[in-house]
Ligand binder design. Structure first.
Ligand code: SF4
Length: 347
């Protein structure tokens, strides 16, 4: 059973104030970094940062990565507390995989437009309309939605997961329509129904953005996240010979880092949330990484400020809990994904 946390004193706590976009008032300086480390050690807490977090949050975290990879790493640690610097459904995933640990998100208002595109009630209605179909849900969903899911998928294994399911069974794929279109294209299945959800940040990285950037950087490689609105345009550019097909890479965030390690030099146009550039530049400093859309910043992710992290560690808030029945059912849908053999890297 997870422990409720008691507050700890911190000389920086008095500076934390609530602003219109989250907790503020504390700079990410050396005093802050030392205080974050001290409080984390006192709580036996592991700090996780998603790839889309602010650079200073990524740098102070014990681990940086995608939501599922981080949740699995945290489950293997002997930490009592998980501080998940990311959005709410990610902290839920950590709780599902570590029910005995206390899971904290530094600002519980950090939601996700993609996870919010489908509720458990909507999914239940959809299932009732198609009782023989199998439900495949992207990991960017709430615990309630995962609990109603047959098998989860990530952006790197979605194609393999769908291929592993019986060809004659209809599939209900949710919530991301662009990832769904990618899966449909790659599997060639015509019995996939796709929920019309989207992430407002990735959907906003458009075909015209991609065309303009490829004209500016004609020899560049393209790293395209399949959630992006420009994914179809990338396929089109390759099909028309406007971009060398070998330069177009449809990749999850984890796969982008692997690809960067192999590539080492040149220019790469990156179509995903701009927080990813920090990890990519650290991984391959010789590559010139350029965002396809430099305004593709997730305001939910950026609610995890230095002040929010300090407040969370000191006060032991905001705790994220998932009822046992929901967590058990959601864990089964994740375990079925892992059983397919390609556990994948998250978003
Ligand atoms: S970038 Fe999109 S999918 Fe990721 S947390 Fe933000 S809204 Fe959700």
């Amino acid at each position: 059973m997870a422990q409720k946390l008691s507050p700890l004193a911190s000389p920086l706590l008095d500076k934390v104030t609530e602003g219109p976009t989250g907790w503020t008032g504390v700079e990410a300086d050396e005093e802050w970094a030392a205080e974050v480390r001290r409080l984390a050690a006192e709580r036996n807490a592991v700090i996780l940062a998603h790839n889309y977090q602010l650079p200073e949050i990524q740098d102070i975290a014990h681990f940086t990565g995608d939501s599922l990879g981080l949740s699995r790493i945290a489950a293997d640690t002997d930490a009592d507390v998980i501080i998940f610097c990311g959005v709410h459904f990610m902290a839920e995933s950590a709780k599902i995989l570590s029910p005995e640990k206390t899971v904290i998100i530094p600002d519980e208002r950090a939601g996700c437009s993609l996870a919010d595109s489908i509720t458990a009630e909507q999914l239940a209605e959809w299932k009732a309309e198609h009782p023989d179909a199998l439900v495949v849900s992207y990991v960017n969903t709430t615990a309630d939605v995962k609990a109603l899911t047959d098998v989860c998928c990530t952006s790197s294994n979605a194609v393999d997961i769908v291929k592993s399911l019986p060809a004659d069974r209809e599939i209900l794929f949710n919530p991301d329509q662009f990832l769904g279109a990618h899966v449909k294209r790659e599997t060639g299945r015509d019995n996939i129904r796709i929920w019309a959800g989207e992430c407002h940040v990735h959907a906003g990285i458009s075909g015209p953005d991609l065309v303009a950037k490829t004209e500016e950087h004609p020899g560049a490689d393209l790293y395209i996240h399949p959630e992006c609105g420009c994914a179809n345009s990338a396929i089109y550019l390759a099909g028309e010979g406007l971009v060398d097909e070998e330069r177009v890479h449809m990749l999850s965030t984890g796969q982008m880092l692997d690809e960067a390690k192999n590539q080492q030099t040149g220019t790469v146009l990156v179509a995903t949330e701009i927080g990813m550039l920090h990890q990519l530049r650290q991984t391959a400093p010789e590559i010139d990484f350029e965002p396809v859309n430099e305004r593709a910043s997730c305001s939910y992710m950026k609610m995890i400020t230095p002040a929010a992290l300090l407040r969370a560690l000191a006060l032991g808030v905001d705790e994220v809990d998932v009822p046992k029945e929901t967590a058990d059912a959601a864990r089964e849908s994740l375990e079925r994904m892992i059983a397919v053999g390609q556990s994948g890297l998250g978003e």
